[in-house]
Write a new protein. Structure first.
Lengths: 355, 472
């Protein structure tokens, strides 16, 4: 027993732990104190500096000379005020913010930070450059798209979305197939916002890429951006062997809503994959043609609830002929068909907003 | 053969307890530090403006918020109003009235002008019969489902059937979400769509806070010691502990009070287990198991900044029910999925987190309890110096206090939810108080949970709520 529960080492252990707890408590107090001091200073200086910033923003041309005499901490605060404003201000005010930011030398610093050895610093620099819409940073940001750290690539993608011109935006398209999912998704999001400027690049990428995730993302973009010129490509994808490609392409086609898809949508109602059938029914709901009623009524008997739901929605969109079909479905021997028909007849076309 | 003497056996056992005690506290210490490190890393990413802007992207996936309610007439209307005011682009609230015997449904019908609906829904998961579905013309994104009582898991399965969106957020109807909580919690799904299948958010203690109109206006500490101690416990175990586990995709628990899931992944896994009292943990472990068996890439994460406020028990009676239920749920999950423990096929989950939970969460009360029993035996046999016993007890307390104090410090660095220094002092006092009575009681309750589990007790026990606005 003695070696296990000897008093001396236990006592030393207690003392060491007590000292550690006291140190932690002390550290807590010190960091609280320092935090309070920093906050006090910020609260005191921020209103003064914000007034200065607003004054400078209203000058024409923008003049940042009054900031030159500021100390290091004040300049840091001015920088954070400018970045905070840049998040919400666009147009002339946004340009004025960029100009002050440039005159104070922050852009040069950000470009230098973009070469830092720390990935977080590089990523923050890229994001800040995007935030202030600094167009001269484009070459450096394009270079950052090939950074080894995904956080930097991700921030650079967003920044290019903010400052990029048509040619630079096209550079983002290849990132739809980036090995890192986060980066690829970020590129897709940026292109969803501004991709119509580079629709041809997206179409070319969707048609030629060997990357499956890249093709799927590009197909989604064709739908989101309603790129009508992609109809032929989508028609080809709709008979792809990969069900995921079929789902995305039918969904994209449904978003475009071109009558050229009508026949394919009808044939896809028989697809072996239920999400494809579901998207096809959804696509058909756009046309509201009475000729579709027999096919859609048939889809009301699909095993999958979602297909029945979209088929019933499409019938409700058809008008009197569709409503008659739904009323007829109230007598259907299948309870699930009756239930869906009753639901749609009750709600009409006021179905819940769906993604 | 020479048999070892009784004192020798007791000595070895004492050595084992000592080793166990150091291991368990070191385990918490490592988890806390790993959790803090990961929290800082996440914050570095979130603070960048591109993240803030993209969270409001129109491509953010829509979410169904599922709130099961049982006898919640006191707060249900206020809580649903608070849910409807969430800051999120597209979402629906599906409240499931799980056979309440009070006026939960009546109050909802009156407050939201609910009308019976013929809404059709997908019967993807089995659940108890649904008595009625109600929708509101005023609030098109609110659906109330009235069903026969079947327990929380059954209510969630019913809500899942009714939900329309690809992600669902499971919450307790009596919890309060911060307005941007969903927007923050969805981040892993936006970053890696199709790969992230579940993410947990932080559950914090609402007792003592200033709550008005279903919103937390000021974060304050409760006056009573019992909820105060639980705050320290939540920080240590539920904030940094879970954050630490999420580091290597080894998180096993996403609280039933606040978690976001990919609906298709949950349906494929079979939904919530209605025959388990730890349905939240069981589902997460099952999803790990399924994905690892099918060798599919996936991620189950934990996000440190979305906050859900919940009321913790203020009486020992309710606390006992809660703790025995948690322990029964833990035992049940580990027993169900025992085939995963120590199997390399299940990767870090099978080799690290499940053995860790088995040793340090499931068995720890038994070891600790046996330690309490051993001390007087050793003393009675003249094998233990009382001074040594006291010192050992002090050592155990100090190590626990150290881990708790570290959690309080790290909370202050990362979040600073408690404004005054006095609050921090009180939390530290709570960290010390935890060791005098509270800890021993919870150990005893958790030991009893083994017996209850063996008896097949699946009861939840009523959670008596004072209403989160009440001063506790």
């Amino acid at each position: 027993m003695a070696p296990v529960l000897a008093l001396e080492p236990l006592r030393n252990g207690v003392l060491a732990l007590a000292a550690a707890v006291l140190l932690l408590a002390l550290f807590l107090l010190v960091q609280r104190g320092l935090g309070a001091l920093a906050r006090f200073r910020t609260n005191r200086r921020e209103p003064i500096l914000t007034r200065l910033v607003f004054g400078a923003l209203q000058d024409s041309p923008v003049n940042a000379t009054q900031f030159q005499k500021l100390g290091r901490r004040d300049r840091k605060l001015v920088r954070s005020i400018l970045l905070g404003l840049a998040l919400d201000l666009r147009g002339d005010s946004g340009e004025a913010i960029s100009e002050i930011y440039r005159q104070l030398g922050f852009i040069t610093k950000d470009l230098a930070r973009l070469r830092s050895w720390r990935a977080t610093t590089r990523a923050n620099a890229a994001a800040d450059l995007g935030l202030v819409h600094c167009s001269e940073s484009t070459p450096a940001l394009l270079h950052a798209l090939d950074d080894r750290d995904m956080r930097v690539r991700q921030a650079a993608v967003w920044a290019i979305g903010q400052v990029g011109r048509r040619a630079t935006l096209a550079g983002l398209v290849r990132l739809l197939g980036d090995q890192n999912l986060v980066v690829a998704h970020r590129a897709q999001e940026v292109l969803a916002e501004r991709g119509s400027e580079v629709a041809d690049a997206i179409l070319a990428y969707a048609g030629n890429t060997s990357s499956r995730p890249g093709r799927l993302a590009a197909t989604e973009l064709i739908g989101w951006l309603r790129i009508g010129a992609g109809a032929k490509l989508l028609l080809g994808f709709m008979s792809d062997l990969d069900p995921e490609v079929r789902v995305k392409s039918v969904k994209a086609a449904a978003a475009i809503g071109d009558p050229v898809f009508l026949e394919t949508f009808q044939s896809r109602l028989e697809d072996s994959s239920w999400p494809v059938r579901c998207q096809a029914a959804r696509g058909l709901s756009l046309f509201g043609s009475p000729a579709l009623v027999p096919r859609l009524s048939n889809a009301l008997r699909d095993q999958q609830w979602w297909v029945r739901f979209y088929a019933a929605t499409a019938l409700a969109e058809v008008g009197p002929a569709g409503e008659a079909a739904l009323t007829g479905a109230l007598q259907d021997p299948e309870p699930s068909v009756r239930e869906m028909a009753r639901y749609l007849l009750e709600r009409g076309n006021a179905v819940p907003a769906l993604p | 053969m020479i048999w070892p003497s009784v004192p020798a056996i007791l000595g070895w056992y004492a050595s084992f307890i000592l080793l166990f005690f150091f291991s368990i506290n070191s385990y918490y210490l490592i988890l806390t530090i790993a959790g803090f490190w990961r929290t800082l890393r996440v914050f570095q990413e979130v603070r960048r403006p591109d993240q803030r802007r993209l969270l409001r992207s129109p491509l953010t996936p829509p979410v169904s918020v599922l709130a099961p309610a049982f006898n919640e007439e006191a707060n249900v209307v206020e809580n649903v109003r608070s849910l409807l005011m969430l800051d999120y682009p597209l979402f629906e609230v599906v409240l499931v009235n799980d056979g309440s015997r009070d006026r939960t449904l009546g109050r909802l019908v009156d407050a939201f002008d609910l009308r019976r609906s013929a809404r059709s829904f997908e019967r993807a998961l089995p659940c108890k019969p649904i008595r009625g579905i109600y929708e509101s013309p005023t609030y098109p994104n609110l659906v109330v489902v009235d069903k026969q009582n079947g327990g929380k898991a059954d209510a969630l399965n019913a809500g899942l059937n009714l939900s329309l969106y690809p992600l669902f957020c499971a919450i307790d109807a009596d919890s309060i979400l911060e307005p941007d909580a969903l927007l923050r919690l969805v981040r892993p799904f936006v970053d890696a769509p199709g790969v992230t299948i579940a993410a947990g958010g932080v559950v914090r203690v609402a007792n003592g806070c200033d709550i008005r109109g279903g919103r937390v206006h000021a974060v304050r500490l409760p006056r009573r010691p019992l909820p105060l101690i639980q705050i320290v416990e939540y920080l240590r175990a539920f904030l940094f502990g879970r954050m630490g586990w999420s580091t290597g995709n080894t998180l096993l628990v996403i609280s039933g009070a606040f978690g976001l899931f990919e609906k298709r992944a949950v349906v494929l896994a079979g939904g919530y287990a209605t025959d388990s009292v730890g349905e939240d943990m069981e589902l997460v472990v099952r999803m790990h198991r399924q994905r690892r068996e099918q060798r599919q890439p996936y991620r189950i994460g934990f996000v440190p900044d979305p906050i859900c406020w919940t009321e913790v028990p203020v009486s020992f009676r309710v606390l006992r029910r809660q703790r025995t239920r948690w322990q029964r749920g833990l035992i049940d999950t580990l027993v169900r999925h025992r085939a995963m423990i120590g199997r390399p096929r299940y990767g870090s989950v099978g080799m690290i987190s499940l053995p860790g939970f088995f040793m340090f969460e499931m068995l720890s009360p038994l070891v600790e309890f046996s330690g309490y029993l051993l001390l007087p035996i050793l003393w009675a046999m003249g094998l233990l110096n009382p001074a040594v016993a006291y010192t050992f007890f002090l050592l155990a307390i100090m190590y626990t206090v150290l881990v708790s104090a570290l959690a309080v410090l790290l909370e202050d660095i990362a979040f600073r939810r408690y404004a005054s220094v006095l609050d921090l002092g009180r939390l530290l006092v709570g960290a010390v108080l935890e060791n005098f009575g509270f800890r021993q009681l919870t150990v005893w309750w958790r030991v009893r949970a083994f017996w209850e589990y063996l008896r097949g007790d699946l009861s939840w026990g009523a959670m008596e709520r004072r209403g989160v606005s009440a001063t506790t």
